[in-house]
Design a protein around this ligand. Structure first.
Ligand code: NAD
Length: 357
């Protein structure tokens, strides 16, 4: 069955995407094609060495390196990095890293309109969206703007090879969550649906091979392909209960980003399956199971993903408060978000139990 819908609207941002092991060596070529001469290279402190490698690669095209990117894009860091970009006369940013580094590049673009070249090293997918989450005074706000959409993405399998196996799994499930929720989004289109399904298939096929051999560049490339597709879906359509729960747990209980997505995914999908059975049926087909929620849970077990909120540091006593926060200002969701059912979902996720059928 095709993904056709009788009526739909969709917008495609103008993004150039290049894939290939070693494609990071083309970053100067990409700058040249865009008429750019001075890049500020961005990384986290943990990936400062990669930043230095890029500075060497770019030679005179490197204006400098800023290795202060941090989780959830703190505004103070964005302002410091923006000041550095302006002081160095940078005409673009080259962000090398995961969602945190990409977020910093977006925050600089928001303030300066500098073009962004992103070289992702996780599967989070932020490089494919015009979405920016920022934190200030302990509060996270999210905006969507074409100003923050990166112009060029270079997916280099050699760079994602260093991602530790545990992070590889949680980051992949984080990406898969964008696709799974995209399937029932109100503003989905046949194109977002086919990208979501292809993204899920890419992870189903390649993730087990990456776990078997983390240096398998073909499999690593295929997981990046999945990340691009799933991230593009995130940028195209609205998210629902799963993302709301993860934002609640991350924002109010300080749970780690990718791990929380991993644990919640099968539960949120099982919750919504009652209201979006037709849209989620292909997920059960792709992962092999009677239902999408159970099939994703079984895949997570096979991938040795974390399964329980209690293992991420969540206190059982906080589950009532999490339910309360998650039911305030809910995102649109295919199934009404009802406190009792949500509390049961969170209990299952805390216990590490299989999702309710
Ligand atoms: P991250 O960018 O915070 O990276 C986690 C850690 O892993 C960092 O220390 C990083 O340096 C390190 N790392 C990254 N790649 C590595 C590699 N290949 N080898 C070794 N170490 C590596 O983690 P993330 O999960 O990619 O991003 C999470 C952040 O991205 C969150 O703040 C989240 O809100 C945001 N995000 C935003 C969007 C969006 O569209 N705006 C989408 C997804 C995620």
């Amino acid at each position: 069955m095709s993904s056709f819908q009788e009526s739909f609207a969709t917008t495609f941002p103008a993004v150039r995407v290049r894939f290939g092991a070693g494609v990071r060596h083309k970053v100067g070529e990409e700058m040249e094609a865009m008429g750019l001469h001075r890049a500020l290279i961005l990384t986290t402190p943990q990936q400062a060495d990669t930043g230095a490698e890029f500075a060497a690669l770019l030679g005179a095209r490197a204006a400098g390196v800023y290795s202060g990117a941090a989780m959830h894009t703190p505004v103070a860091i964005s302002e410091e990095a923006t000041a550095k970009a302006l002081a160095l006369g940078a005409d673009c940013v080259v962000a090398v890293g995961g969602g945190s580094t990409t977020g910093l590049g977006k925050a600089i673009a928001l303030r300066t309109d500098l073009p962004q070249i992103v070289v992702p090293t996780t599967y989070a997918g932020s490089e494919a969206t015009g979405i920016l989450g920022q934190t200030e005074g302990g509060k996270k706000t999210t905006l969507t703007s074409p100003k923050v959409q990166p112009e060029v993405i270079l997916y280099d399998a050699e760079l994602v090879r260093t991602l530790p196996v545990g992070m590889t799994v949680t980051s992949a499930l984080n990406a898969m969550a964008h696709a799974a929720e995209g399937l029932y989004a109100q503003n989905r289109s046949p194109i977002s649906t086919l990208m979501a399904l292809e993204g899920l298939r890419a992870f189903r096929d390649a993730l087990p091979r990456v776990l078997e051999n983390p240096d398998d560049l073909h499999a690593r490339g295929e997981t990046l392909y999945g990340a691009w597709l799933c991230g593009t879906v995130l940028g195209m359509v609205g998210m629902a209960l799963h993302h709301k729960l993860c934002h609640t747990l991350g924002g109010s209980f300080d749970l780690p980003h990718a791990e929380t997505h991993s644990v919640i995914l099968p539960h949120a999908i099982a919750y919504n399956e009652a209201a979006a059975a037709r849209e989620l049926a292909p997920v059960a087909g792709i992962f092999g199971g009677k239902s999408a929620g159970r099939a994703l849970h079984d895949f997570a077990i096979r991938m040795k993903a974390p399964l329980a909120l209690r293992d991420l540091g969540m206190k059982e006593a906080d589950l009532d408060r999490a339910t309360e926060i998650a039911t305030q200002n809910p995102y649109w969701n295919p199934r009404p978000v009802e406190a009792g059912a949500l509390r049961r979902l969170l209990q299952n996720a805390w216990d590490g139990a299989a999702p309710a059928a």
